[in-house]
Design a protein around this ligand. Structure first.
Ligand code: ATP
Length: 299
């Protein structure tokens, strides 16, 4: 069935994470909705290389199970190579849906997504997903040692040194080294905090050296730690100029992403603002309002 196909894809766990996180916020997530994507499996073009240039061109979308509700409407935006772009907006505004479209879990109802100028729908879906690292809100770890958890799903040969490099990038190396058996420690139910799990998942994504990294910041009780993790990753992505990856962050805490190159603000399926933190504050629109509201809530 479709579900089996998805579980064999390494980020398959993240699909179930998407489902979990969607379920957690009591949204309808219908397994049937996943079926349209299967028609793309193992077809399409593999590009020699990509720079990480992403363009949404007039993208609209409604979920197959709710054909009357347009979730994304006429969305246009560009992510330049190596740029860090944050997507913000109230719950239900369509942020995760944009990522679902980019991961090609769904096809836009109209408009298109271009990757280095090539329509995403023409690309080989497996090849494409190998180039995208996705870290969901509740990443799944396995009962294996930490190294194996980081290596999980990586198709190229990696050394222990590579694993530790990825862990350092994800700010996970220090706490791993402090464990009794270091990288050989077995991951058990209570061993790690939510934030530590997230850091291991980030290391797992980075080890694959994706051209495009997508982070969905946790909304739950892990907030503060997750914010710290996401900020850390943004710092390491910036300082590691050799990696040159584009990063998309779905942010729930606006304080996380002030340093993003650009912030895209979603409201009821549409992009209403697009600019840097400073530009958007000056604009004094929805982003400025949300920022003030969060600052008040935390004061
Ligand atoms: P949050 O911050 O709560 O994660 P979001 O901005 O990411 O919200 P989406 O998850 O993209 O918003 O949801 C946009 C709209 O699409 C919502 O009305 C939601 O109920 C609906 N929706 C999301 N996933 C599905 C699905 N699989 N099937 C049908 N409708 C869905």
């Amino acid at each position: 069935s479709e579900w089996l196909i998805y579980s064999t894809w390494w980020v398959g766990d993240n699909v179930s994470n998407l489902m979990q996180s969607v379920g957690a916020s009591e949204k309808v997530f219908n397994l049937m909705d996943l079926s349209p994507s299967t028609q793309f499996i193992a077809k399409g073009v593999k590009l020699q290389s990509i720079t990480g240039h992403i363009e949404f061109v007039n993208v609209s979308f409604h979920y197959p199970s709710r054909s009357t509700v347009s979730v994304v409407q006429h969305v246009n935006f560009v992510v330049h190579p190596s740029e860090v772009v944050a997507i913000v907006g109230l719950s239900g505004s369509g942020k995760s849906t944009l990522v679902n479209l980019l991961l090609r879990l769904y096809e836009p109802t109209s408009g298109q997504i271009l990757i280095d100028g090539v329509p995403l729908k023409d690309l080989d879906v497996k090849w494409w997903r190998e180039r995208v690292g996705f870290v969901g809100q509740e990443p799944k770890l396995f009962r294996m040692d930490i190294s194996s958890n980081i290596r999980y799903g990586c198709t190229r040969d990696v050394t222990q040194e590579d694993i530790e490099w990825a862990a350092k990038q994800a700010y996970a190396h220090d706490f791993i080294s402090a464990l009794p058996n270091g990288y050989e420690t077995l991951v058990d139910d209570d061993l790690l905090s939510g934030g530590q799990k997230q850091r291991i998942a980030i290391a797992r994504a980075i080890l694959r050296d994706p051209k495009i990294l997508i982070l969905d910041e946790a909304t739950s009780a892990l907030d503060a730690e997750s914010e710290h993790n996401v900020k850390g990753v943004l710092r390491s992505v910036r300082s590691d100029s050799a990696s040159r990856r584009s990063v998309i962050v779905i942010a729930h805490r606006l304080s996380t992403i002030q340093a993003a190159d650009r912030i895209v603000v979603m409201d009821r399926g549409q992009i209403v603002e697009n600019g840097s933190h400073r530009e958007l504050l000056l604009k004094d629109g929805l982003y400025a309002r949300l920022t003030r509201k969060q600052a008040d809530a935390m004061a």
